[in-house]
Design a protein around this ligand. Structure first.
Ligand SMILES: [Zn+2]
Length: 360
């Protein structure tokens, strides 16, 4: 990966952006994409679109949500303990014993406490704690001490940052889905620097907001942009480690390329064009199957206005929604290349209407 791209990736994933609080990540996204976009817009919901050929009538939307899961503070007790709710889907076994950052008027370190193992009775030992049983301890003894820097509605993230692992693999908090915003930005950069985009096709690389709480940013941004087609990119569960069943979920291996979704949530012409682009450019990919609407931005995009021809790409990822998500940086680069390759195949008159076709 290019040094500048890696620097951007690190900054984006390390910048906290729980749903509804994406402003800092948006700054990072705008700063990076400004070098290779014709125009950048930020809408009232917070979605940021970096655009090439903004005047073109045929519009391709690339969506990668920039929000991440996190916590939000809803109560501070008299003895200075902080109670929180989850933003997005959490496995409540994860937060226990973790260090967190509270994003108050300054960044305050805290820990998520739980009764020591010696003090748990037999029943408590067997049962997994719920988020409502947990609290954050910042070391304060009174509510007043906490309130010096922390207010209700401040958000919280785990103290984990980007780190390279062996080979081309890396771990971070919030790869889901800052990696998607990274990929749409990189796809736009590749289109600008390597060319090949039809001058009458506009590309909108959108870092969307609030995906983790119901695909909300994809809904507003696709409505305003009104694109005919688009690709959503999100992380996708790698099914390549013990305890996950291939007979139940199919296969998806880290390192074997991005996934391309086939099923009702993908337009068949887009699916075909993406696969053809991958073959022509020798980009590895894996087909992933979804029987209905997916939990990705692609779901909201497909049913935008009178319908939009959507494809869904995925980056294989282990341990989703934990602070140590793991992926392959090669898969990430291949996903950006595949997005760019798709955009190059779109023409001002491409017909996305499903019809009987032979082949893929
Ligand atoms: Zn997610």
């Amino acid at each position: 990966m290019r040094d500048e791209s890696l620097t951007f990736l690190k900054e984006l994933v390390n910048t906290p952006s729980p749903s509804g609080y994406e402003e800092y990540a948006a700054e990072v996204y705008r700063a990076y994409t400004s070098a290779f976009s014709d125009e950048i817009t930020t809408d009232v919901h917070g979605n940021v679109a970096a655009i090439l050929n903004p005047k073109a009538e045929m519009k391709v939307m690339l969506a990668g949500h920039m929000d991440e899961i996190g916590f939000i503070i809803h109560y501070i007790s008299d003895d200075g303990l902080i109670y929180f709710s989850g933003i997005g889907g959490h496995d409540s076994v994860i937060p226990v014993g973790q260090r967190v950052w509270i994003h108050g008027t300054k960044r305050v370190p805290g820990i998520i406490g739980r009764k020591a193992v010696h003090l748990l009775d037999d029943d408590e030992r067997k049962k997994k704690p719920e988020l409502r049983d947990l609290w954050i301890d910042v070391g304060a003894a009174t509510r007043a001490e906490v309130e010096e820097f922390i207010r209700l509605g401040d958000v919280v993230t785990f103290q984990y940052e980007f780190e390279k692992l062996m080979g081309d693999r890396a771990t971070a908090r919030g790869f889901d889905n800052k990696i998607g915003s990274f990929i749409v930005a990189e796809a736009l950069r590749l289109l600008k620097t390597d060319g090949g985009l039809d001058p009458n096709v506009g590309v909108y690389a959108v870092a969307t907001v609030q995906e983790e709480i119901g695909l909300r940013g994809a809904r507003t941004s696709s409505f305003s942009i009104a694109p005919q087609t688009g690709l959503a990119v999100d992380v996708n569960h790698a099914i390549d480690y013990p305890t996950v069943s291939k007979t139940r979920y199919g296969t998806l291996d880290i390192g074997k390329g991005p996934s391309v979704m086939r099923g009702a949530n993908a337009n068949p012409i887009v699916f075909r064009m993406v696969c053809e682009a991958a073959k022509a450019d020798e980009i590895p990919y894996q087909v992933d199957v979804a029987p209905g609407g997916t939990g990705t931005d692609g779901n909201a995009m497909q049913i935008n206005r009178g319908g939009m021809a959507v494809g869904i790409l995925g980056v294989p990822l282990r341990y989703m929604h934990t602070p140590c998500e793991l992926l392959s940086l090669t898969d990430v680069e291949n996903c950006a290349k595949l997005m760019a390759a798709y955009c190059r195949r779109v023409r001002p008159d491409t017909d996305f209407t499903p019809r009987v076709m032979k082949g893929i």
